[in-house]
Every structure is written in C-alpha cells, then in structure tokens.
Design a protein around this ligand. Structure first.
Ligand code: 5RP
Length: 223
C-alpha cells in the first residue's frame, strides 16, 4: 500500500466514524493538507447529511466549495460536532505536531471549538518522542529575529520558511533539533514568547482519537 493509499483509507475511515454523529444542523471542522484533502473528497459523498463546514485554511475552503459544501465563517458558528485533520507527527499520548502546511493557527482555533478532534494519519507519522519533524512557529513578521533568538535559547535551531506567508499574513519559523519530552509545557512556553502567534504543538488540546493508516488497515488509537 502506498502512503497515498493509506491516507485515502484513513480519510474514508474518518467519514465512516463521523457519519453517525451528524445531523442536518451539524457543522464539520476541516483541516488542511494532503490527508485532509482526501477527507474532503470523501466527505463530499455525504454532504446531504450535514449543514456545512468550517475550513482551517483558504485552500481547504476552496476545495470544500468546489465540492458544493457550504463553508461557514467560524464566528457565525456556535457549535461544531467534530474537527478532522492530519498531523506531521504524533506520539503515544496523542500529542501532535502540526503546521507543515503552515495552517497551524487556524487549525488550532477550529480544533479548540470542536467537541471532538479526529486526527487522520498514516503510520509514518508515529514517533516515540515528538521533534523529529521541525516544530512550526507562526510569528508576527517584525518579531521574526527576536523570536528566533529566543528559540535558540531552548536549544532549537529555527529556520525561517522563506517566501511563505500564512493565511493570517504572518511568517513561519521551523524549529529543528528539538526533543520534545514535555509537549504541554513546551507548547505553553513557546506561545508565551512575545511575537509568537502560536506553535504547532497540539498537546493541551491534542487529538481525542487518531485513525492511523497502516499496511494492514486502519488502526484506531485513543487514550
Ligand atoms: C497543515 C498541517 C497538516 O495537517 C500536516 O502538515 C499534515 O499534512 P499531510 O496530511 O499533507 O501529511 O498541519 O498545517
């Protein structure tokens, strides 16, 4: 099975998982990335079963609309049944690193609103200790150098994702060489650096369930 086939399988598994929870009033939060794109395509098949979606990026909004799925502004939504998104890494505590696609801030906001966060990944994303994937940090442009110096103090190696601007008009620093043994604490610490919008650790609000595509099929992981 290729990595794309595993992504497609978990995307379908996510649709099967959320289907019984949906009603005509339900709003589905939708993440960003290649796995989320497979999910959007599968979700389109059941679009008659729910009201609409909230997108975590402009790219996702575009794909949802192309499928004829109504996209709502988050500010106009009081309740969200479920949020479905991929991840760049996850550990045994269902803590995640996200933001490879640069949508981390909107992803974190939508995840915060949702009653349940379903994370969809292939088995290459599982790690014992987070940090093999560089940790994305969204920063206000004028704070880029200052935040980078502060991140070096944490023994990380921040690299400016040059040429990339987030949907919020900000920049990304990808922090290499981190061994993240205390994800909740590090998430809070990095978010407290002045000029940081948010970082890609999803530990204080991690996944409630991870659907992981493997060669043998889709595994369901919960705490
Ligand atoms: C985007 C993300 C994605 O969920 C993450 O990068 C995984 O992407 P993919 O499904 O393409 O591997 O956080 O900001």
């Amino acid at each position: 099975m290729t990595q794309d086939e595993m992504k497609q399988a978990v995307a379908q598994a996510a649709v099967d998982y959320i289907k019984p929870k949906l009603s005509e009033d339900s709003i589905v939060g939708v993440g960003t990335g290649s796995t989320a794109n497979f999910f959007i395509d599968a979700l389109a098949e059941i679009k008659h079963l729910f009201d609409g979606a909230v997108a975590s990026s402009e790219a996702t909004a575009e794909r949802l609309k192309n499928h004829g799925i109504t996209v709502y502004e988050l500010n106009n939504v009081a309740e969200m049944e479920v949020y479905v998104d991929g991840a760049d890494e996850f550990d045994g505590g269902l803590n995640l690193v996200k933001g490879g696609g640069g949508a981390l801030t909107r992803e974190k906001i939508v995840a915060a609103v949702a009653k349940e966060f379903v994370c969809i990944v292939d088995s290459t994303k599982k790690v014992d200790v987070l940090g093999e994937f560089p940790l994305p940090v969204e920063v206000i442009p004028m704070a880029r150098s200052y935040v980078a110096r502060e991140l070096v103090k944490l023994d990380g190696m921040p690299v400016w994702r040059e040429g990339f601007v987030t949907d919020n008009g900000n920049l990304i620093l990808d922090v290499h060489d981190m061994e993240i043994t205390e994800p909740k604490e590090l998430e809070e610490f990095v978010n407290n650096i002045t000029g940081v919008v948010t970082n890609g650790l999803f530990a204080n609000r991690g996944a409630d369930i991870v659907l992981m595509g493997t060669e043998q099929g889709v595994e369901t992981l919960t705490l």
